[in-house]
Design a binder for this molecule. Structure first.
Ligand SMILES: *Cc1c(COP(=O)(O)O)cnc(C)c1O
Length: 231
């Protein structure tokens, strides 16, 4: 087995263990392999080991890999901050966007999503780390943005994504992830039918699964430590 294949197996084991500890079905949790900064060869290796969903942060780098792999069985998720002038590339080449954080970007993506493709699955990125980070929308702005995004053609609002501040404090991480779950539950109580909680990375996926994660985004534990981010 290659290194990537054995690390993938270990991560799948972690997911299954965390699911069982919390009375959840492991099949309800999707592993998104975050391949940012790694070459197409690494993605190919993971795909050969059965991995289907890949997460990318940089548009140009991702497009190179998507065309190098040219495998219609793979699903590509954009998970990083997205500049408006790169929205057309994401609308044309990705199945998912996890980091939607403003109406203008949503409107552009809605116009740019090719009619030949199914709607782009999107998550709104909510700021769950308070003062510690500026990325993601403020909780007070969530309801309005959710309503506006849900009404746009070409997009399908699936749920919420969040990134807590890095911490070794398990109880703090649990509270951050719980706040994302509660925000999703509040939207669903108002009539939405959202099914996706994108939360948890290499170091905190166990806490995220305990709080209801349905997609965990894992890079380092599969591909190894990243060097400098490339563009
Ligand atoms: C890089 C990245 C990940 C993966 O992080 P690891 O710690 O390498 O597992 C997950 N989510 C987002 C938004 C990222 O940018």
């Amino acid at each position: 087995m290659t290194t990537i294949a054995s690390r993938l197996q270990a991560v799948r084991g972690r997911i299954a263990d965390a699911a069982r500890r919390n009375g959840r079905n492991p099949d309800d949790i999707t592993l998104l392999a975050v391949s940012k900064t790694w070459p197409a060869e690494a993605v190919r290796e993971a795909a050969a080991a059965g991995q289907r969903c890949f997460g990318e942060n940089y548009v140009q780098e991702a497009l190179t890999k998507i065309s190098a792999l040219a495998d219609p069985g793979l699903a590509w998720h954009f998970i990083g901050p997205l500049q408006s002038n790169k929205s057309a590339e994401v609308a044309g080449a990705f199945q998912w966007l996890h980091s939607l954080d403003r109406l203008k970007l949503a409107q552009r993506l809605s116009r740019q999503r090719p009619a030949t493709l199914p709607p782009l699955d999107v998550c709104l990125q909510l700021n769950i780390s308070g003062e510690a980070s500026k990325s993601g929308i403020a909780p007070a702005a969530l309801d309005d943005l959710a309503e506006q995004v849900a009404s746009l053609p070409g997009l399908r609002l699936r749920g919420l994504m969040g990134v807590p501040e890095p911490s070794a404090d398990e109880a703090l991480l649990r509270r951050r992830f719980a706040s994302l779950r509660e925000a999703l539950e509040a939207l669903n109580a108002r009539g939405f039918a959202l099914d996706t909680l994108s939360m948890g990375m290499s170091h905190d996926l166990d806490a995220a699964i305990a709080e209801g994660a349905t997609i965990v985004r894992v890079g380092t534990a599969i591909f190894g430590e990243r060097g400098y981010p490339r563009r």
